[in-house]
Design a protein. Structure first.
Length: 299
């Protein structure tokens, strides 16, 4: 359900951002608004980001090879990290530059009604995309707060789409305020200020995404709940005297490596470990690779 939900949210965001980008550039053509141009570039960057996420999902599905015996699951994290880079440079820094240019070299805002109409339509489309992402996330979020869900999520697509859509809605609000104030006062500096606010927002989101995906690229353990299940299996098995050095590592969102040193109470280690391994696989389905290393009792 998590995989299907993240795919659905990504496709919804791709469709919304593609349409929004076109309408924003049309509005920029008629108005000359820097906030509209910044928002247009932002939507293009978001569209590219959805394509990167989809490419990452596809490449992660490749079969393991001799060079990559644990598969390609982490490619999803790599492409998730690329999203943060695109958002930082393609969206945030450009919006900051465009805002500075508009304030340093003021240009009159033309046909402001175009900008307002497009922004209202974009808010509606972006809101639908965010609603899809929220619904998909709620299926797997449990009782966690949104901040905790984004921090602990192992699949990169849902957190990326959530943050992008939330930032997009906030950015549209900044652009609407900037264009509105420029239209009312005749001072285009408000339009430039809206663009700067959009840029700062996108840079902040890009930094958050980069930090979270970097953690997964480096290698992140299973959640505490999953680790508790594994410890329970090991503790309840009568043939296991003790266990140490429990290690878990996500090879991908749905692939978990489990390794542990197990002290056995008898020499019948092979059969006992096989049974424990089977139970772990049954209770933790994503534990695709389980290694139980027996340690002699005298150690």
């Amino acid at each position: 359900m998590s995989s299907d939900g993240s795919k659905r949210a990504t496709l919804a965001a791709l469709a919304a951002n593609s349409g929004i980008a076109v309408t924003k550039f049309v509005a920029f053509f008629f108005t000359g608004s820097s906030a509209m141009l910044a928002e247009g570039i932002h939507s293009v960057a978001d569209t590219g980001n959805q394509l990167l996420l989809m490419l990452g999902r596809k490449r992660a599905g490749k079969e393991p090879s001799e060079a990559h015996p644990f598969g390609y699951g982490r490619e999803r994290y790599f492409y998730g990290f690329l999203v943060s880079v695109v958002l930082f440079f393609g969206g945030g820094l450009f919006a900051l530059y465009e805002g500075y240019e508009k304030i340093a070299h003021p240009r009159p805002l033309e046909s402001w009604a175009w900008a307002v109409g497009v922004l209202v339509a974009a808010i509606a489309m972006e809101g639908l995309s965010l609603r899809t992402a929220v619904r998909s996330s709620n299926r797997v979020r449990g009782g966690r707060s949104w901040a905790r869900f984004i921090r602990e999520a192992k699949a990169p697509e849902l957190p990326v789409v959530l943050l992008e859509d939330a930032a997009a809605l906030a950015g549209l609000a900044f652009a609407l305020v900037g264009v509105g104030l420029s239209a009312v006062t005749g001072n285009s500096a408000f339009d430039g200020g809206g663009s700067i606010a959009i840029g700062l927002l996108l840079v902040a989101v890009a930094v958050i995404l980069a930090r979270e995906t970097k953690s997964m690229i480096i290698g992140e353990a299973a959640s505490p709940a999953v680790q508790r299940v594994i410890r329970e299996v090991l503790t309840n098995d009568a043939s296991i005297r003790d266990f140490t050095h429990l290690r878990t590592l996500h090879l991908g969102p749905e692939d978990l490596l489990v390794a542990v040193h197990v002290t056995m109470g008898s020499d019948e280690a092979a059969d006992a470990l096989s049974a424990v391994e089977q139970e772990i696989r049954e209770r933790v389905p994503i534990a695709s690779a389980v290694y139980l290393q027996p340690v002699p009792p005298h150690r």
